[in-house]
Design a protein around this ligand. Structure first.
Ligand code: HEM
Length: 514
């Protein structure tokens, strides 16, 4: 074992360092695996230990990266091909141990500027006075570096896989679907109607909130995309999507029985269902009030480029995929935290009951209602922070930026647990978001940043808000037993029964009276 570790270090670690290369401090770990398994097993404490180990280098004002050698996928467990990766721990200026620019120990040339990541602070230790230009990430030679299994299964036009003009084209189309105009005119009423019916009839029962929020995220999106309601088609799509999600986080081994293989088959079936829908829409010529209709007609008026059928399909798959786990997990964790923090629940419920004042029971919440809410976004941000639904962002180099060929994992989780930004950091405290308008802080990276900032931030927040609205204004609930939540590498309640809540009392009377 020692010999193997040593060989790997000498072959891939010491070599470049000795030759004057700018290899950051760290260990290379095992051949092929690097330190991936340790990272996956230990998660946050792995990062802490590596940071402590590289402290002298950081204190000396030299490279500040924590480095490890992992396979493609860095922590998403796809070890098919050796890939070297650097983990950038995103920290606030106060936590950073030196505020000097990062220099390569040997060449003294400035290392990759933070701006190249296209993120507010690039995720490297040390502050940057100027937020970077959104496009600099790609101009600087850094593009998204998501694992091959994810790229294969989500399609070659998948927004996370493409860059340059194609990315701008796909992103423009995505923003057209979920931007402010679409939200106000078309999405909000649909989301309201869906959440209202999805959260009805739970009184007196035991509900698995994990299952319900997953179903909620999928069905709500399907309704927006193509007006699909619960039924045989949504069941078929649900089964394929679950398999597809597992495939994207698997080893890319294309053999029958593997998750990757099944994920790929699921993609084929999804593509075929969507192709059939497109053909039917074209042959009928009927107009529909949904995203598929908007995409099929895009370019007709000459205001933007036409989008091909293949691109439409990849865009719709990306839309379903991106919102699915993020929205469901955030909603589930918000319910969990609220059950454990009655004061926060009380405040949230007050905000939502106030919104219902003057509305009839059937009246939807509207754009102005969302704008008036202050505590609800705070609950959502605090949930995203504490549960850390997104651990980090992946980038890779496309040209020589001193570390060509390396994948870069911007480990944003660290910033969520930064004691200087979030005093008493392990406490669920939504009020902290009200105090400093922290959403505008350059280290706010819950939705990424720069040119790759989440285009679904607003619509995702609206969906979670609407879910919470009907949940807290209709029900009181109790957690059944003590549910354990796994937070790394994915946030989930294992065994499926962990988020069961007993709905004990219906607040419908209050709801109707106000
Ligand atoms: C709580 C909910 C959500 C969270 C926490 C979240 C988080 C993120 C983050 C951190 C990124 C940046 C990834 C990177 O830089 O590599 C991102 C990108 C993205 N998100 Fe979200 N997201 C959420 C909801 C949604 C929803 C509902 C949609 C669909 C409308 C969506 C669509 C996307 C897309 C398409 C990208 C890629 C953008 C690009 O590469 O240009 N997200 N999201």
């Amino acid at each position: 074992s020692s010999l193997l570790l040593r060989w790997n270090e000498v072959r891939y670690g010491n070599g470049p360092r000795k030759e004057g290369g700018c290899l950051p401090p760290g260990r290379m770990g095992w051949p092929l695996l690097g330190e991936t398994t340790d990272f996956l097993k230990q998660g946050p404490s792995f990062m802490k230990q590596r940071r402590l180990r590289t402290q002298p280098e950081m204190d000396a004002g030299r490279c500040c990266w924590v480095e490890m050698d992992v396979a493609a996928g860095d922590g998403v467990a796809s070890f098919w091909r050796r890939r070297r990766s650097i983990i950038l721990a995103a920290l606030s200026p106060k936590t950073s141990h030196n505020n000097t620019p990062h220099h390569c120990p040997s060449s003294q040339r400035e290392a990759v500027p933070d701006a190249h990541l296209g993120l507010p602070d690039g995720g490297v230790h040390g502050p940057r006075a100027q937020p970077p230009h959104a496009a600099e990430g790609e101009a600087g030679g850094l593009v998204p570096g998501y694992p091959q299994s994810m790229l294969d299964i989500l399609g070659r036009n998948n927004i996370a896989a493409v860059h340059g003009p194609l990315h701008r084209h796909m992103r423009g189309a995505m923003l057209g679907l979920v931007g402010p105009v679409a939200r106000r005119q078309s999405l909000l009423p649909k989301i309201d109607a869906f959440m209202r019916s999805h959260t009805s009839g739970w009184a007196g029962s035991v509900v698995d909130v994990q299952a319900k929020t997953k179903e909620m995220a999928l069905l709500s999106t399907l309704r927006q995309i193509a007006g699909i309601t619960a039924g045989p088609l949504s069941d078929a799509l649900k089964a394929e999507l679950y398999t597809l999600v597992l495939g994207t986080i698997s080893l890319p081994i294309n053999l029958p029985g593997t998750s990757y293989y099944q994920g790929f088959q699921a993609r084929k079936k999804l593509v075929s269902i969507l192709e059939q829908m497109i053909t039917e829409r074209r042959s009928s010529g009927d107009a529909h009030d949904d995203m598929l209709d908007v995409l099929l007609r895009s370019g007709d008026d000459g205001t933007r480029d036409k989008i091909s059928d293949e691109q439409i399909i990849d865009l719709l798959i990306a839309l379903i995929y991106s919102g699915y786990e993020t929205m469901s997990t955030t909603s589930m964790m918000a319910v969990k935290y609220l059950s454990e923090h009655p004061l926060a629940l009380e405040e949230l419920r007050r905000e939502h009951l106030d919104i219902r004042k003057g509305k009839s029971p059937d009246e939807a919440i509207n754009y102005d209602d969302f704008k008036s809410m202050a505590f609800t976004p705070a609950v959502i941000f605090e949930t995203l922070r504490l549960a850390t639904v997104v651990n980090g962002l992946l980038r890779k180099t496309t040209k020589d930026v001193e570390m060509n060929g390396w994948r870069i994992y911007v480990y944003t989780r660290e910033i969520n647990y930064d004691p200087f930004m979030y005093p008493d950091l392990m406490t669920f405290n939504p009020w902290r978001w009200l105090e400093k308008n922290m959403e505008l802080h350059p280290h706010f990276m819950l939705f990424g940043g720069g040119g790759r900032m989440c285009p679904g931030k607003e619509v995702g927040t609206v969906e979670i808000t609407t879910f919470l609205h009907y949940f807290v204004t209709r029900y009181r609930w109790e957690e059944e037993g003590k549910n354990t939540i796994l937070k790394f590498p994915r946030v989930e309640a294992p065994n499926g029964c962990i988020s069961e809540f007993k709905i004990t009392e219906l607040l419908q009377q209050t709801f109707c009276r106000v």
